[in-house]
Design a protein around this ligand. Structure first.
Ligand code: GTP
Ligand code: MG
Length: 367
């Protein structure tokens, strides 16, 4: 049993706290303002007061079943997440792939958030997601693996397998995502790419040339060595998966990054997983909702449509969404608002509950 304090509950329902306490008393429950009510009590008392309150299970809400038939499904671009230990060269590798200079512009050289980019490889789109190597971002990286089709595991040839290399392997395995290994920094004097291969066998990552099923490519992000080989390997791996999605549906997907922009308000970067997203759509993203005012792609261009595997910034949400949250388009703006507000309420109750003892805890203590 979980819930809100008597005070919070009265506040949320807009009734006098004393009235709640009285009704609780008549049910044989002696509670003070700051004590928690269980879910059952919340529903019971609400009912008693002529209100219908359903305590929703957040897990259930997410269980949206999509029923796409075989002909609805069209080929879609792969989503590739670059993972690995801090400083092993994830961002540099993406720079080499994009031929840009993000790593040099980053404060302190540590990637602060998941960045998404889209690369055109001989007319084929590949969506890349960069993940920070810093320990504080473990939770975000866990999400990175669940929205991805292929993981590129970057291991520095002069440093070998490190704690966050193992973490990345575990995330990829948990998400059942194939791993392509990029052995990076082979230009460095102390580089031993074969030792990296040897070390990885301990974690079940075995090169194809050794009879395993993982593709390895030795690269140097800095010297731009074998980047083409790596891209070819990624496409090869993606082809095997025969990735498909239904583009003709209301859009849904995941928030991969979110911030409050001074000029533009709340900005959520989302990855479309299914359907097509348009400006004007009503969207719920976690506890945020709103009408999409604009869609902006990683190149900074406004878009009229975003398709499966497209990362886009959404402008127009009422608050800052949380990375990892699901987003979904709603036909009815009131439904969207209701769900977002219900979730926000639930989140507040949870936070509240964390700071108070539950009724059961209290009884257990008395006994
Ligand atoms: P985090 O985002 O902090 O986890 O780091 P990262 O994995 O993105 O590493 P980043 O690309 O920022 O590179 C870390 C350092 O390694 C930088 O100083 C790069 O210049 C250097 N580096 C990256 N790739 C290579 C390479 O192939 N060779 C050499 N010599 N240095 C490299
Ligand atoms: Mg980085």
């Amino acid at each position: 049993p979980q819930g809100a304090t008597v005070q919070k509950f009265a506040e949320l329902l807009g009734v006098a706290p004393n009235d709640v306490i009285k009704r609780l008393f008549m049910l044989g429950q002696v509670l003070t303002l700051t004590q928690s009510m269980s879910d059952d009590l919340i529903e019971l008392i609400s009912d008693d007061m002529g209100r219908k309150v359903r305590v929703v299970n957040p897990e259930e809400e997410y269980a949206v079943v999509y029923n796409d038939s075989e002909e609805d499904l069209k080929p879609r671009p792969p989503v590739v997440t670059v993972m690995g230990h801090v400083d092993h060269g994830k961002t540099s590798l993406l720079d080499a792939i994009r031929e840009t200079g993000v790593a040099e512009r980053e404060a302190g050289g540590i990637t602060q958030a998941i960045g998404a980019s889209v690369v055109d490889l001989n007319g084929r789109q590949v969506t890349f997601i960069d993940t920070p190597g810093h320990e504080a971002f473990t939770a975000m990286r866990a999400r990175g693996a669940s929205i991805t089709d292929v993981v590129v595991l970057v291991v520095a040839a002069d440093d070998g397998v490190m704690p966050q290399t193992v973490e990345a392997i575990n995330h990829a395995k948990a998400a059942d995502v194939p791993i392509v290994v990029a052995v990076n920094k082979i230009d460095k004097p102390g580089a031993t790419p074969d030792r990296v291969r040897q070390e990885l066998t301990e974690y079940g990552i075995i090169p194809e040339e050794w009879g395993g099923k993982n593709m390895f490519v030795d690269v140097s992000a800095k010297k731009r060595l074998h980047i083409d080989d790596l891209l070819e390997t990624i496409l090869l791996q993606a082809d095997v998966l025969e990735l498909k999605a239904n583009p003709n549906a209301d859009a849904s997907g995941y928030v991969i990054e979110s911030k409050l922009d001074k000029g533009r308000g709340p900005v959520a970067t989302v990855l479309v997983a299914r359907g097509t997203l348009h400006p004007g759509d009503t969207v719920v993203a976690g506890t945020s909702y709103g009408r999409v005012r604009a869609l902006i792609d990683p190149r900074g261009e406004h878009r009229d449509e975003a398709y499966p595997a497209d990362p886009v910034e959404i402008l127009g949400l009422n608050s800052v969404a949380t990375a990892g949250d699901e987003f979904r388009v709603f036909e009815d703006e009131r439904d969207a608002r209701k769900l977002a507000e219900e979730r926000a309420l639930r989140k507040r109750l949870k936070q509240q509950e964390a700071s108070h003892m539950s009724l059961d805890d209290l009884f257990n203590r008395i006994e």
